[in-house]
Ligand binder design. Structure first.
Ligand code: PMP
Length: 386
């Protein structure tokens, strides 16, 4: 049976062109990039080149790229680094209700340890930050506002410029987790007004385990490191650099810059073919969130009366995902969907399809057949047991 991979938001496949850049470095790239000898200097030159591409992907300067082990670490560094680095008395941070766990858990941890107060900005039914609510929560006590550019489960995009404007009106920093959007859509850090931006390589067909926090000089200067040691990466992230990973991330960023416009148009067409086929073949199919402002590759679809976990299992070898998470032995519905005002029952019926660079029309058509069969089967089982 042909397998189909439609879980790009979970992790995108490595682009073979990226692998081609990485393999010689893995095989022959000797030395620590901090060493002064010729081996070290060569490693360092490789990193410099990658830094240019990763910075350029979000309109940032190479010198303002801090490589990390992924967006989880970047998010930890942004929040904890800002709270611990706060020079002025600003006791509160704000995060949106639909942030990735690495933002939500870090913010909770900081709050529970008495290091900051925490405000959670609600989202609208459409899934984006409620600007009126933000307006009522923001004041000169706020140190940092953290809002994601695009949500991984729904693909919904946030109005980042407006959020930045409000954050800056009170002198707060804006951190943006752009993990799902950079590389798919244009992102200009300075134009948007983001002071700090989190990125991850494996969402843009680069290797896993490498990411970055890109900032303005102003944003980065406000941080304290969370990993201490030899003072690498402007003193913000110690540890010998992962040269092959960084080179792969750089190559992935370079390809994304070149191809994101054409790729997004092609992928959006494939995604729309998928959603319209599902809607025409099955009754009671709903797209989640405001689909007019969404990533081109993502569709979060609710199949009424069909448990999403069962649908996903029955769709194998077509790989899609649900937003529910296993917590202490029981399955919990997606916090993102609940924050959008969706009921627990409906949240358990939502399936995420996320497409990307290597998705073909044949993949889409196979996925439609598989989803239709799975949903009909699961709905039939539910009716029989009712
Ligand atoms: N932020 C968002 C929005 C994500 O989707 C993810 C990955 N699921 C992360 C952060 C974490 O990225 P990483 O896997 O690089 O730690």
């Amino acid at each position: 049976m042909t397998s189909v991979y439609l879980d790009y938001n979970g992790s995108a496949p490595l682009d073979p062109r990226v692998a081609e850049v990485m393999v010689p470095i893995l095989k022959e790239g000797i030395g620590n990039a901090s060493s002064a000898h010729r081996f070290g200097r060569r490693q360092s030159a490789t990193i410099d080149e990658a830094r240019e591409h990763v910075g350029a992907m979000v309109g940032g300067r190479a010198s303002n790229v801090v490589f990390t082990a992924g967006a989880t670490e970047s998010n930890n560094l942004a929040l904890r680094g800002a709270v611990e680095g706060a020079a002025v008395d600003r006791p509160r941070i704000l995060i949106s209700a639909v942030e990735h766990a690495s933002i939500r858990q870090t913010a909770r941890w900081l709050h529970e340890h008495g290091l900051t107060e925490l405000g959670v900005i609600p989202v609208t039914k459409g899934g984006f930050v409620d600007l009126d609510a933000l307006e009522s929560m923001i004041d000169a006590d706020v140190l940092l506002v953290s809002v994601m550019a695009a949500n991984s489960e729904t693909g919904i995009l946030n109005p980042m410029e407006m959020i930045a404007e409000r954050a800056h009106s009170v002198g707060a920093l804006l951190h943006c987790d752009a993990t799902q959007s950079a590389g798919r859509l244009p992102f200009e850090l300075e134009r948007i007004g983001a002071d700090l931006v989190s990125l991850s390589s494996h969402k843009i067909c680069g290797p896993t385990g490498i990411g970055a926090l890109v900032g303005t000089r102003h944003g980065l200067r406000r941080l304290r490191p969370i990993i201490h040691g030899g003072g690498h990466e402007r003193g913000l992230r110690s540890g010998s650099l992962n040269v092959a990973g960084i080179a792969g991330f750089g190559a992935a960023a370079r390809i994304a810059i070149e191809e994101r416009t054409s790729e997004s148009a092609r992928v959006a067409k494939a995604r729309d073919r998928l959603t319209s086929a599902l809607k025409s073949r099955l009754p009671a199919v709903h797209e989640v969130g405001d689909i007019a402002r969404r990533l081109p590759n993502t569709a979060n679809i609710r199949f009424e009366g069909a448990d999403a976990e069962a649908v996903v299992t029955n769709m194998d070898p077509v790989a899609v995902s649900t937003g529910s998470a296993c917590g202490s032995g029981s399955i919990e519905p997606s916090e993102v969907l609940l924050a959008m005002g969706i009921s627990r029952e409906s949240a358990f019926e939502s399936v995420r399809f996320s497409l990307g660079r290597f998705t073909t029309i044949e993949d889409v058509d196979l996925a439609v057949e598989s989803a239709v069969a799975a949903v009909e089967h699961v709905r039939g089982m539910a009716r029989r047991s009712a």
